[in-house]
Design a protein around this ligand. Structure first.
Ligand SMILES: Cc1cc2nc3c(=O)[nH]c(=O)nc-3n(C[C@H](O)[C@H](O)[C@H](O)COP(=O)(O)OP(=O)(O)OC[C@H]3O[C@@H](n4cnc5c(N)ncnc54)[C@H](O)[C@@H]3O)c2cc1C
Length: 285
């Protein structure tokens, strides 16, 4: 590695004074941070080892939701923050983020469960008091049958109806953040892996990057005042690489997506009869 000399023309603009922020990872989080930081006048570079948005961002369920589920954990702050972000995205990216109506049917549920749902729905509306989306409502079993005839009728008591939003293509949302960040002066590189860092007194002074588009395996040092690890599921690996200490902060979750012809007219939330696991039936494209 040549520490002071920037050899590759791809990184030539990063030579000289340290950057304000280096971001590791070009998923939706890294892209959003890059845009946010450059709009606040900071000198920013972002490095993504594959293509922008190709990680978990491309594999998500594509919902822009307030996190109705987090209400069960009583994390009101998180839900409020997510609901505010949902509203912001509906406003600034209406070509990518659209309202989506959800139906949550009740099957042979107890009075207590339905009361909990009513409280939850009311809270979800309260926490999004400034939203542009319609408020929740409840449907009787017969009203539900009319609009969603494919739902199992046996034991059906009715449903809650509420709104969240959907981004058909979070990859595009990610890319538009990258493009806007670039237009405001951020340096963004895909196919560039962050492979290590130089530390001084425990603080990162520069990161090492490798241009994966080039046959040259030389690594280049990029100086920065702040390094943000936005590598998502790779967080611990990247943190370990940067700090040279093992990191165990991430607990990953797994979801399965099955694509099939439409079975419902709207998005439907159901729970697996075997173990109560959450299943979402979502229209896409
Ligand atoms: C099954 C499932 C469904 C989900 N559904 C939703 C949903 O509907 N709505 C929602 O809001 N969220 C959803 N999520 C969560 C959401 O997908 C993630 O929170 C989000 O995509 C994370 O974005 P990110 O930018 O942190 O990670 P990523 O998109 O994974 O980006 C991290 C990037 O870091 C890069 N990287 C890693 N190591 C390096 C390195 N050394 N150098 C350079 N780059 C590196 C990777 O290549 C990757 O592109 C879901 C998650 C899962 C698992």
């Amino acid at each position: 590695m040549r520490d002071s000399q920037i050899y590759s023309s791809r990184f030539a603009a990063l030579e000289g004074e340290p950057l304000d922020v280096v971001i590791v990872g070009g998923g939706i989080i890294g892209a959003g941070i890059a845009r946010g930081a450059v709009l606040r006048g900071l000198r920013v570079a972002l490095f993504e080892k594959r293509d922008f948005g190709s990680g978990t961002t491309a594999g998500s369920t594509r919902l822009i939701h307030g996190g109705l589920r987090y209400l069960e954990m009583l994390d009101f702050r998180l839900v409020r923050m997510d609901l505010r972000e949902r509203e912001t995205l509906l406003r600034i990216a209406p070509h990518l983020v659209r309202p989506l109506e959800f139906i949550m049917p009740f099957y042979r549920s107890s009075f207590f469960y339905r009361a909990k749902m009513r409280i939850g729905m009311r809270l979800y509306d309260l926490l999004s008091y400034d939203k542009s989306l319609p408020r929740h409502r409840f449907l009787s079993a017969s009203e539900l049958k009319e609009i969603e005839p494919n739902l199992r009728q046996q034991g059906l008591q009715g449903a809650a109806v509420y709104f969240d939003a959907q981004a058909n293509s979070p990859e595009r949302l990610c890319l538009e953040n990258i493009i806007d960040a670039r237009e405001h002066g951020a340096y963004t590189f895909n196919y560039t892996e962050v492979t290590g860092a130089s530390l001084e007194g425990g603080n990162i002074k520069s990161v090492r990057v490798r241009d994966l588009l080039s046959d040259d395996e030389t690594e280049v040092a990029i100086k920065s005042r702040i390094v943000i690890n936005a590598s998502g599921a790779w967080f611990d690996r990247v943190a370990g690489t940067l700090s040279k200490r093992a990191s165990e902060q991430i607990r990953t979750t797994k979801g399965v997506h099955i694509t099939c012809p439409p079975v419902t007219n709207r998005a439907v939330v159901v729970f697996a009869p075997i173990d109560g696991r959450l299943m979402l039936v979502i229209p896409w494209l």
